[in-house]
Design a protein around this ligand. Structure first.
Ligand code: ATR
Length: 280
């Protein structure tokens, strides 16, 4: 009897997750037979839910808000990029059938969306990252590897920004600031890695922070423009983007880790974009 390989995304809340749809599209496109579901999991139940999933024959998991740090702690081994971000969004059952490897495909997903899908050149850019939680942690090393000129991390709780900046400040300057300290700066790329969009809020940004032809990118995505995407449009950003492309790209990387087949992403992004234009 052949058993279908099972995958899932765990998170809270999870009902609006697009991951099951994305992975089903990838499976169809690459001729893979698998099942991918979404499961509501609270942090206090995480360990039990993951252990049960793998004990019942599950092959791989995605973990989203607020479980990525727990997933990192859970993984028996983690990749260097996951260790740097101290957050895991992909768990992979290894060939021995018991070891679970943790990886983080978020930073890679963002870079692919920015540089391949949107053809943006990051080298030499002045970057502002808003937020100093797990989402910021997952992208900083990738931006540094793309040779940006500098990164400022700005956070409501300034100590967290200072701490994170200190961790990554090496040959490329990475500095932590509070929102009130941003006057006089201008950035080529502003990334919203706070969780503010999830509650329809905008971090306390003043005008004139975005350089002419600058780019705004919200790691969150929504059927309507997020408050930050709207802010970017008001500031006349060259592009003001949300994280739908990153979502599809990080999923493609996870799919590749699980199935050793790389799905094509452009048609999936185009399809999801068309669907939300209809539902917005
Ligand atoms: P994640 O894993 O998604 O990064 P997190 O670790 O809880 O989630 O971090 C959330 C980030 O969003 C934090 O940097 C938080 O700022 P504080 O550290 O000051 O709490 C930031 N954040 C959340 N809501 C915000 C808001 N309305 N305005 C500005 N920053 C906000």
């Amino acid at each position: 009897m052949s058993v279908i390989d099972r995958y899932a995304v765990f998170g809270h809340p999870i009902q609006h997750s697009k991951s099951p749809r994305i992975h089903r599209l990838f499976a169809e496109q690459t001729g893979q037979t698998l099942c991918y579901t979404a499961q509501e999991v609270l942090p206090e139940n995480f360990h039990h839910a993951v252990s049960t999933f793998f004990a019942d024959g599950g092959k791989g998991l995605n973990c989203t808000v607020p479980l990525k740090e727990l997933a990192w702690q859970y993984a028996y081994q983690s990749t260097p990029r996951a260790a740097l971000s101290k957050a895991v969004n992909t768990l992979i059952l290894q060939d021995d059938g018991t070891t679970v490897l943790g990886d983080n495909t978020d930073g890679c997903g963002l870079l692919t969306d920015l540089t391949v899908n949107h053809q943006l050149v990051l080298a030499g850019q002045q970057v502002l990252i808003m937020g100093a939680g797990g989402a910021s942690r997952g992208i900083i090393a990738h931006l540094l590897a793309a040779d940006v000129a500098s990164i400022i991390i700005v956070n409501r709780t300034i100590e967290k920004a200072l701490h994170l900046a200190h961790e990554f400040n090496q040959s490329i300057p990475v500095k932590g600031l509070g929102f009130a300290d941003l006057a006089g700066y201008q950035f080529d790329l502003i990334i919203n890695a706070t969780s503010a969009s999830l509650t329809n809020q905008l971090p306390p940004l003043s005008n004139h922070l975005l350089a002419p032809q600058g780019i705004c990118y919200d790691l969150a995505y929504s059927n309507e423009d997020t408050p930050f995407v709207r802010w970017g449009k008001q500031q006349l950003a060259q592009k003001s983007l949300d994280g739908l492309g990153m979502l599809v790209e990080q999923a493609a990387e996870a799919f590749f880790l699980w199935r050793k087949v790389r799905p094509e992403t452009q048609t999936v992004i185009a399809l999801l974009n068309a669907e939300r234009t209809h539902t917005a």
